[in-house]
Structures are given as structure tokens and as C-alpha cells.
Design a protein around this ligand. Structure first.
Ligand code: ATP
Ligand code: MG
Length: 337
């Protein structure tokens, strides 16, 4: 038995819109590679998405199937990976409420990802309590499934750190190793920038290329990409650092030698932005065309997608319930057993 066969993997995505290339590079690709060699759970985190979309629940609920379609279209196989919907597993909310007692408000306020997201969303002091505490619900998700490995983008590292702090506090309180610590698994692309040059491609920032994007949308997005503002004439030397087109080539062009040659040529001068963009466009069209076709095929069979989610959620719930049972017993919350 190889060491990865004992690993349990949990990741998830917020159903706030269809998934994009940032998800693919930062996390989905790793999930595909792990599939079959580990016990893997993918959680569609609708309850978490409500923490900053409470006024628009339809935005969240309508995207649950969209995210499932993205998973299936890229090759997630429900026979090898359990797909589950967070809100349909009440044990996750129950575990969240227990873990909430092992973290302070000031610790939550120090979480750098939360700080950045509060700024982006313009919450200032009007932070929904659920939003501030979503790292605790994420810790509940990870620990309920006894996950040991979490393939995520860089923005999630503070969440993993907070999860492990909670695990240690809980275990030391009850004097037993009830909850399991986890490790983040970062891909080579830890943070794919947005097409607008912003640091992170994100559903909420409107700077994403969706996995189901049409050929036209891909073309438009690549053409509008931020390059090097100083690269005015083709003959000018250009900068590749901070140049979105090259960040995308690094992430999606498997021929590293080809990328290195393009970079050298661009830096020397004599390579037009349009020429680099056309290499990237070809690559992205090639990557996304089969995903789009598969996605459209599956979208026509919504019943099957819902059935996959329902069965996966049922299976996931058993696992979460068994952890919650252990947590309650450890705390002595088992009066009638
Ligand atoms: P939202 O704006 O609603 O938060 P999002 O685009 O940030 O959406 P999430 O659902 O929060 O996406 O993230 C799901 C997973 O994808 C996380 O592991 C996250 O680290 C990863 N991820 C998201 N965007 C990127 C990105 N641009 N580069 C690398 N990884 C990413
Ligand atoms: Mg996010």
C-alpha cells in the first residue's frame, strides 16, 4: 500500500459562480491527479457562500449545479470522488458551533485572507458574523472528514493554519487525538492573476475565464489581457514579470522550453503582444474545448447531476456524523447513550 492510499483529501468551492482557470490551476488539477489514489471528498460550500451573499441566496443555490457540472466536465469521477453539498450535512454546522468556542474574535480578525476579503467586499465594520467566522466552518468541514491533505490556492493557507490550531486546542482540551491535523497541498500555480492584472482571478472580482467559456469569450479575454504598459512598440524590450499573458503561459503551456524562448524573445524586443497572446489563446482553446463540450452534454441531464450530488452527500454525511459522534463523546455530550 503506498503512503497516498491512506490519505484523505477534502477540498471545496463556493458556489458563487461557475469555476474558472484559477481554480483549475490552483486546485482542480491536483484533485484530478489525486483521484483514484486517495479517499477524496469535494464539498460544494453553499453555506459558506451565504456568509457574504446572505441577501442573494439564489445566487448561491443556482450555482450548486454549475459547480458540479464543472467538476464532472473536467473529469472528476463520482465513483472515485465523493461530491457533497455542505448545507445538506447538518453535522458540519454542529461541529462548527463546537469549534467556535475554541477560537477568539481577535484571532479571527487577524486572519490575513479574511482581512483582505473584508476590504474587497467593502464590509468595513459591518462584517456579517457568519463571514468573520467562516474559517471555523471550513475547519469543521476539513476535520469532519478527517482530511489529511487539502489541495488549495495560496489564499487558503491561513485557513489551514487556523484549522490546525483548532484541532490542537480541541484535542488538548479533551485529552485525546479526536480531530486530525491536515496539510495544505499547493500546486505550482498558487495564485493565478485575473485577466485585468489583479493579483487573483476570482469569481467575485469579475476578472475570470470560466471553464465553460465559449471560444469567443476565451478570445476576448485573452485579447484584453494586461501585458506590459511600457511595451509600446514591437521592437521595445518587454517585461515578463507581472505580465498576465506570461503568468498564464507558465500555468497552462506544458512545453516549458517554448515558454522560456518566448520570454527571452519578448525581453529582447521584437515580439508583439498579439503574437504571445495568440500562442496563449491556442493553448487555452485546446484545453477548454473538450471541457465545454462535456459540460454542455452533462447540463442537458440535470437529473443525473442531482442524483450524483444526492448520493455523494449521503455518503459524506455518514463520515461527518461519525466524527461528530466522537466529538460529542469526547466532550461528554452523550447523556442518553
Ligand atoms: P469567491 O470570489 O466567491 O471567493 P473564488 O474565485 O475565490 O470565489 P473559491 O471558491 O473561494 O473561489 O476558491 C476555491 C479554491 O480555488 C480555493 O482552494 C482557492 O485557493 C482556489 N483558487 C481560487 N482562485 C484561485 C486563483 N486565482 N489561483 C489559484 N487558486 C485559486
Ligand atoms: Mg474565495
Amino acid at each position: 500500500m503506498s503512503s497516498t492510499t491512506q490519505k484523505t483529501v477534502l477540498t471545496g468551492d463556493r458556489p458563487t459562480g461557475p469555476l474558472h482557470l484559477g481554480h483549475y490551476a490552483g486546485s482542480l488539477k491536483a484533485r484530478l491527479e489525486l483521484q483514484g489514489s486517495v479517499e477524496q471528498y469535494l464539498l460544494i460550500a453553499d453555506a459558506q457562500a451565504l456568509t457574504d451573499n446572505a441577501g442573494d441566496p439564489a445566487k448561491v443555490t443556482s450555482n450548486v449545479v454549475e459547480v458540479a457540472l464543472d467538476y464532472l466536465a473536467i473529469g472528476i469521477d463520482p465513483d472515485l470522488t465523493t461530491l457533497a453539498v455542505q448545507s445538506q450535512i447538518p453535522e458540519l454546522a454542529e461541529l462548527t458551533s463546537v469549534l467556535m468556542n475554541y477560537v477568539t474574535v481577535s484571532r479571527l480578525e487577524r486572519n490575513p485572507t479574511i482581512k483582505e476579503e473584508i476590504r474587497q467586499r467593502g464590509f468595513e465594520r459591518d462584517i456579517p458574523a457568519g463571514f468573520l467566522t467562516y474559517p471555523v466552518s471550513q475547519a469543521a468541514d476539513i476535520t469532519a472528514f478527517r482530511a489529511t491533505l487539502v489541495p488549495v490556492g495560496e489564499d487558503q493557507l491561513p485557513m489551514i493554519e487556523q484549522t490546525n490550531e483548532l484541532v490542537r486546542r480541541f484535542n488538548s482540551t479533551v485529552g485525546a487525538q479526536v480531530l486530525v491535523e491536515c496539510a495544505a497541498m499547493l500546486s505550482t500555480v498558487t495564485r493565478l492573476p485575473g485577466t485585468d492584472g489583479k493579483a487573483k482571478m476570482s469569481k467575485s472580482l469579475g476578472n475570470a475565464i470560466a471553464l465553460g467559456a465559449s471560444a469567443d469569450e476565451i478570445r476576448q479575454a485573452v485579447r484584453s489581457m494586461y501585458t506590459d504598459a511600457q511595451h509600446l512598440r514591437v521592437s521595445d524590450p518587454g517585461r515578463v514579470e507581472g505580465n498576465v499573458v506570461f503568468a498564464f503561459l507558465d500555468a497552462f503551456e506544458p512545453d516549458a522550453e517554448k515558454v522560456a524562448q518566448l520570454k527571452a524573445h519578448y525581453q529582447r524586443g521584437g515580439l508583439a503582444d498579439s503574437a504571445v497572446k495568440s500562442v496563449l489563446e491556442d493553448r487555452l482553446q485546446g484545453l477548454l474545448a473538450p471541457i465545454r463540450v462535456q459540460r454542455q452534454r452533462l447540463a442537458a441531464d440535470r437529473g443525473t447531476v442531482l442524483r450524483i450530488l444526492c448520493q455523494g452527500t449521503e455518503h459524506a454525511r455518514e463520515r461527518a456524523a461519525s466524527t461528530m459522534g466522537a466529538v460529542k463523546r469526547a466532550l461528554g455530550l452523550s447523556y442518553f447513550a
